[in-house]
Write a new protein. Structure first.
Length: 216
């Protein structure tokens, strides 16, 4: 990768079901990029900007049935719009790389494959708030549902509405993320999330080097 290309920010998203290790891996990737001299910002969805964090609380707190999937999707894209305008795009324009724990693929998986909202309608919502903007690279951490939920449940104070949804919902999520990756092979890399933290991190670094030419 040439010097001029390195000056352009890249947008990397980390996706997967509950307990896949996304937050841990996002932090490790940002640290690795910084060590390599690549300015990087870690962020998350829903959230990542003040207004979006307010919406996050509405989405992750309360009982599983608090919102229907359409309402969730509308809240998600409202939060995403704030996140894009306040955090993601400004960072990319400054030449920073942005590593985001969840983005549009989570909406497709959770509210689409999991909740039954038509995928075409979710695509239309994304185009409305983001145009054709998509990640440069998406890393999908794949882990069996039972193992992911066990990991999530072991984290103190981490339980959210989504973690408490039934196993069938979470299996639809897993299959949804894999379907997304199959449909966009140039953008997505599936990473085996069952390994230990270091092994998953190394697989992610390999994917970032291979796809984006990062000097890691």
């Amino acid at each position: 990768m040439g010097t001029e290309e390195l000056k352009r920010g890249r947008f990397i998203t980390i996706e997967g079901g509950e307990g896949a290790g996304k937050s841990t891996q996002a932090a490790l990737l940002v640290a690795a990029l910084a060590k390599a001299g690549v300015p990087a910002l870690r962020t998350r969805e829903p959230g990542g900007a003040p207004a979006a964090e307010d919406i996050r609380r509405l989405l992750v707190e309360g009982e599983p049935g608090r919102w229907d999937p359409v309402s969730e999707a509308l809240l998600m894209v409202a939060a995403r719009r704030s996140h894009l305008t306040a955090t993601i795009r400004p960072a990319l324009e400054r030449g920073e790389w942005v590593v985001c724990d969840r983005f549009v693929d989570s909406t497709t998986a959770y509210q689409g494959y999991g909740g039954g909202v038509p995928l075409a309608e979710l695509d239309a919502l994304h185009r409305m708030i983001a145009g054709g903007f998509m990640p440069d690279l998406t890393l999908v951490l794949d882990i069996p549902v039972a193992k992911g939920l066990a990991r999530a449940g072991a984290r103190s104070g981490s339980e959210t509405r989504f973690e408490r949804m039934d196993a069938a919902f979470h299996e639809r999520l897993r299959q949804g993320f894999l379907a997304i990756a199959r449909a966009a092979p140039k953008r997505c890399v599936v990473i085996d999330g069952e390994g230990n933290v270091d092994a998953v991190h190394e697989a992610i670094l390999h994917g970032v080097r291979q796809r984006l030419g990062a000097p890691l």
